[in-house]
Design a protein around this ligand. Sequence first.
Ligand code: 2RA
Length: 336
Amino acid sequence: MKVAIVGVSGAVGQEFLRVLDEQNFPIDELLLFGSERSAGRTYSFRGKDYTVRLLREEPEDFRGVDFAFVSAGASVSKKYADVITRHGAVMIDNSSAFRMDPDVPLVVPEVNGDDAFDAPRGVIANPNCTTAIMVVALKPLNDISPIRRIHVATYQAASGAGATGMDELVKQYAELAEGKKPTVEKFAYQLAYNLIPHIDVFLDNDYTKEEMKMFHETRKIMHSPELSVSSTCVRVPVVRAHSEAVWVETERPISIEEARKAFSTAEGLVVIDEPAEKKYPMPLDAAGTDPVFLGRLRKDIANPNGLTFWLCGDQIKKGAALNAVQIAQYMIAHKK
Ligand code: 2RA
């Protein structure tokens, strides 16, 4: 396989390299692309050094590429999508640029992998990290009884704001420990010892863009245009794993036994749920791992058709780079 990574210097770009190696992805040739700022840098992959090439509006640069993993922001994805796909490369885009485009599938392989084959523009969109983590757990329930309504509160790690977000959180704790005024640049307020109920911009309905991503993207991935999703997305002082408290209402009540059985065999999901033993998922344990972890499962005492549970998942892996690589793996394994 000839593989390209666009935006290789960023947190997700670097994770693409790690995940492609961990997953033993078949690569005969690797091309790395970046901005003026990163062009010329070198990165090692499987014991060989690769130099970052300047991303240009030159389709020839992508001739012969089978998969291009792109994580360089929505404006770069929009500007270079045609360049990247012109000679047949499949562009798996981690940005928000095309997620709601009717000609672009939005894919989490455990949920709607086959949608990846309906990509007329050669572009497949990776969902927002919170959506990807949540739908892995929704799928097994939806297979038992259609989900009608979802409420979710997210606890989102600093990594969602990139490498600079992670650096800022760690730096704030160090500065505060030294009695200094913390650096506050990436986030609206100090994140250390704090929670910020605001991710991305506020919209006319007083939800944030991040919260509406969960509404729109979940409907598209689950093929459920009527599904109601209401979320509150909160930035928390955690480095790189997201957590989510989820309440689900289904057409008919699902018993705990049914749910537990379905979760126990669901792809991409690991259940850690022994409250009496104080065993439940935590972001510190989920960081750097592949699965979505589920715990605190119980009947929703406020809704006879409801279940509630807790999720943790690594924002840079399942929330971004791993899901993108899994899309490519799914396409290779299920080639039509
Ligand atoms: C965040 N989901 O956590 C957004 C973008 N990665 O900031």
